[in-house]
Ligand binder design. Structure first.
Ligand SMILES: [Zn+2]
Length: 185
């Protein structure tokens, strides 16, 4: 079942999520729903707080070399501990399903190591680089109530706020327009 994604500036996005204690069918349902929601939203990652469930759970699913996003490449990450492996950094153009329509370059670490649990509570280790490492850092931030726009420079952040206000205004006008249409018919 597809779930609703909460969007900026919803205050829930800024809370710190809690560890998963029960690896039960409710968790499996959440993971399955998150996968469906992420794919329908054309995302490469999704944290459970984005569907309004404050648990330390996220998905990462990057496309392969043929640009295909395969389910066999899906990582279901629960209760992760993130370790940065060295000082090397990379820049990727990031977006977020909770901040629709806004993309900006963000600098992050290139190489990371993740200790986490899978949907059955089994402990796992993942060492990775580049795009998957970036997605992991972006999603990991969600667990602690952080969004990628917090990493932008002052000028870029201001540009975002301006763009965001503009979008909100357009949305309001569109819905007012639809209301007007409805009342006419
Ligand atoms: Zn995000």
């Amino acid at each position: 079942m597809q779930r609703e994604i909460i969007t900026y500036p919803n205050k829930r996005l800024f809370i710190s999520s809690k560890r998963v204690e029960n690896f039960d069918k409710d968790l499996h349902k959440l993971l399955d729903d998150m996968y469906e929601t992420m794919i329908k939203g054309c995302g490469v990652g999704l944290a459970s707080i984005q569907v309004n469930v404050p648990l330390r759970v996220f998905l990462a699913n990057i496309p392969d070399e043929n640009e295909e996003q395969k389910k066999e490449d899906l990582f279901e990450i629960i209760n992760p501990e993130l370790k940065i492996l060295d000082d090397e950094k990379i820049v990727f153009n990031e977006g977020c399903l909770s901040i629709p329509g806004f993309f900006e370059d963000v600098e992050r670490y290139k190489n990371v190591r993740l200790e986490y649990q899978d949907r059955f509570g089994k402990h796992k280790i993942l060492e990775t680089s580049d795009f998957l490492a970036v997605v992991i850092q972006h999603e990991f931030d969600h667990l602690n109530g952080h969004l990628f726009i917090e990493k932008l420079s002052y000028t870029k952040r201001k540009a975002f706020e301006k763009e965001f206000k503009k979008q909100q205004k357009e949305k309001r006008q569109r819905s007012l327009g639809e209301e007007a249409k409805k009342s006419k018919s």
